[in-house]
Design a protein around this ligand. Structure first.
Ligand SMILES: [Zn+2]
Length: 216
């Protein structure tokens, strides 16, 4: 990130130093009233001097702010884009914070795992479910950052009656690997009437073992 303008505002507020280029001098004079120095750090206060937001000056610092405001339990707690942004803007400032927060949350492993859109079976029409383990929603989440054991996907099977979820790690999302996991779960917990998924038709046709087990 380019923070040169903030370094220049910092120097101007500290000792009145201005760069040689006239256009830049004007810009810094115009921006400076919105900033304040404290303990030799630059803060964004806004024209009304109401806020006191630390100007984030490096990628490293930006990362630690995002960790604090999104990942840390207590201060962030994976509170979505809006929740994270509210925390960031309360104490920090940098020009690309909106894009950076959206990207950070989008790439957050834990948020992907918990994203309700991805873990609940997509339904276009209401599905009538009368008893537990009758209809399952199947979903594949990923690719995610590779785990120590080489897993990159998560297969979820949701019982639409009880909302009970089984999640199993997968190395790939090939029909063979998915079939193997689903088959073992169906052997363990019993057959179901229907499995609902938003995976493509081609994929569904390949999951042959499961088809045999599903009671029509
Ligand atoms: Zn998160």
């Amino acid at each position: 990130m380019d923070t040169s303008i903030y370094n220049e505002i910092h120097d101007f507020l500290l000792n009145g130093e201005l760069p040689a280029i006239e256009q830049k001098r004007r810009k810094i004079r115009r921006m400076a009233p919105n900033y304040r120095l404290k303990d030799n750090r630059l803060f964004y206060t806004g024209p009304s001097m109401q806020s006191m937001r630390l100007v984030v000056m490096s990628e490293e610092e930006k990362k630690s702010v995002l960790m604090e405001c999104h990942n840390n339990p207590g201060t962030g707690n994976h509170n979505g884009v809006r929740g994270t942004r509210n925390r960031v803007v309360a104490g920090y400032y940098w020009p690309t914070l909106n894009q950076d927060i959206a990207e950070w949350v989008r790439c957050c492993h834990r948020c992907q795992m918990n994203d309700p859109i991805k873990t609940v079976a997509p339904t276009l029409h209401p599905i009538k479910v009368k008893e537990p383990w009758e209809v399952l929603g199947m979903d594949l989440i990923g690719p995610l950052p590779e785990t120590r054991l080489g897993n990159r996907y998560v297969l979820t099977m949701t019982d639409l009656y009880t909302k009970w979820v089984i999640a199993e790690p997968l190395k790939s999302k090939t029909a063979a690997e998915v079939s193997a996991v689903m088959t073992s779960k169906l052997y363990m917990f019993g057959m179901v009437r229907k499995i609902i998924t938003d995976q493509g038709k081609e994929f569904v046709n390949q999951v042959k073992f499961v088809k045999v087990l599903v009671v029509p």
